[in-house]
Design a protein around this ligand. Sequence first.
Ligand code: FE
Length: 247
Amino acid sequence: MTRIASHRGGTLEFGDSTPQGFSATARMDVEEVEFDVHPTSDGAIVVHHDATLDGTTDTSGTIAQMTLAEIRAATIRYSAGGHPLTLDELCSIYAGSNVDFRCEIKPGVDGLPYERFVDRVIALLRHGNMLERTTFSSFLIPSMDTLLQSTDRPSLWLVSPPVLRQLGQDAVIELAMAHGIKEIGVHIDTADAALQSCVIAAGLDFGCWAAHSACQIKKAFSLGVKVFTTDRPTLAMDIREKLEVSA
Ligand code: FE
C-alpha cells in the first residue's frame, strides 16, 4: 500500500505547519505526518518549514537567532491564530495517534546544516516517545551522513529536480549507495516508472514528494510508490478510498 504523508500538517488545507493542521492530521487515516525542524537561540526545537518566520507568519526573523518566546509570539498565516509549535508539543499531539513522524532535517538560512543539531532532535524524539515511530529525511547529503551515523531509524534522501537533472539517475543511485542511503524521494513531476524500477533494482526504496493536485496524487498511486507527501491529505485519502472501492 502506498503511504500518505501529510506535508507540513496539510499546508493547502490548514496552513503551513500549523497547530490545527497537525492536530487534524493526527486524527486522519494517513500513515505519516511530515514536518521540518529548526533550533532556537535558547535551546528549543521548533516545527516550521522555513529557517525564518518571514514568509509564513506575521513576524520576521531568523528562527536560530530568536528565543522560543519570540517565536511563540508569531502568528502563522491561515492558521486561525495559531503559533509555531515546539517538537515536544508535536510529540504530545501524536502520542495517542496512529500517524507516524516523518521529520525533515532542514539547513539554516545559509543553506548549511545546523551544528550538532541532529543528535538533539533524536534525543528529543526519544524523550517524547516518538523516535521509534520516526522516519527522517533531508535534501542535504551531509545531514544524511549525520543521520545514518546517529540513528538506526529509516532516513530518506530527498532528491531535488535540479540534482536529478544534473547528476542523472545513475549517479543519483550511485551517490545514494556510496553514502549508505536506503531510500530516495523525488518530486512527483520527475517520477516515472523507468526511474522507479532503476531505483528499486538497486535495492533502494522509492517515494515521491509534493503531490498536491488530484493528478499528481493519482500518479503516485498508479506508480505504486512507497510513500508520497501531499499538502492535501484529505484529497489524497478520498482518492485512495475511491481507488480501493474500484479495485
Ligand atoms: Fe519538509
